[in-house]
Write a protein that binds this ligand. Structure first.
Ligand SMILES: Nc1nc2c(ncn2[C@@H]2O[C@H](COP(=O)(O)OP(=O)(O)OP(=O)(O)O)[C@@H](O)[C@H]2O)c(=O)[nH]1
Ligand SMILES: [Zn+2]
Length: 186
């Protein structure tokens, strides 16, 4: 990420909106925003494949038996940023489930994958697909479901200003596409 360029452009934006970038409260703002962008857009620097490798530490699944195990993690909270307005997606709640094929992933890594995929300019729909794609590669299973519910500040704090609206997107891969009992886990 080119932090020097971000600083220059943020200063330009401050001037363009009629602010004085040299007044005390704003003097360090371009640097602060550049540091913030490094943090909140960290996921732009990595492909889904790289994130799968980064957080892809897995363990042998419990001994296979007649039964089928599903892993479900609910209420993973993330923030993301809509690509249309660069506005915050907030109160984002991610539910993830997968059916292991011999390997299971460390639980914290599921939340790390959701967090890193969120740190991009996103569509909520694409965020679900990214999380599913990364998890499928990391765990080595095609059977993954991701359900996301969230609020978009581009719809609540501006424009139509509909503060109560919430959007849910569901991404079903592999067996989740047809198996209602798997879908209902989410
Ligand atoms: N599908 C989808 N749309 C989104 C997402 N985030 C924001 N949008 C929408 O993207 C659209 C961009 O539409 P435009 O008409 O180009 O932008 P705009 O003139 O600012 O639109 P308004 O918000 O209606 O004022 C808007 O309808 C947003 O609500 C998202 O995650 N998924
Ligand atoms: Zn938007």
């Amino acid at each position: 990420m080119d932090t020097k360029a971000i600083e220059t452009h943020i200063r330009g934006i401050l001037e363009a909106i009629g602010e004085d970038p040299d007044r005390e409260g704003l003097r360090e703002t371009p640097q602060r925003v550049a540091r913030m962008y490094e943090e909140i857009f960290a996921g732009i620097s990595y492909s889904n494949h790289e994130i799968a490798e980064m957080f892809g530490k897995t363990f042998e699944a419990p001994s296979p038996s007649q039964s089928q195990t599903a892993v479900v993690m609910k209420d993973i909270s993330v923030f993301s940023y809509c690509e249309h307005h660069m506005a915050l997606m907030y109160d984002m709640n991610v539910n993830v489930a997968y059916v292991p094929r011999g390997r299971v992933i460390g639980l914290s890594k599921i939340a790390r994958i959701c967090d890193m995929a969120s740190k991009r300019l996103q569509l909520q729909e694409r965020l679900g697909q990214d999380i599913a794609e990364i998890l499928m590669e990391a765990v080595g299973t095609p059977d993954v479901g991701v359900v996301i519910t969230g609020s978009h500040s581009c719809m609540t704090a501006r424009g139509i200003r509909n503060v109560s609206s919430r959007t849910t997107t569901k991404t079903f891969c592999g067996a989740f596409q047809t198996d209602r009992s798997l879908q209902e886990l989410l």
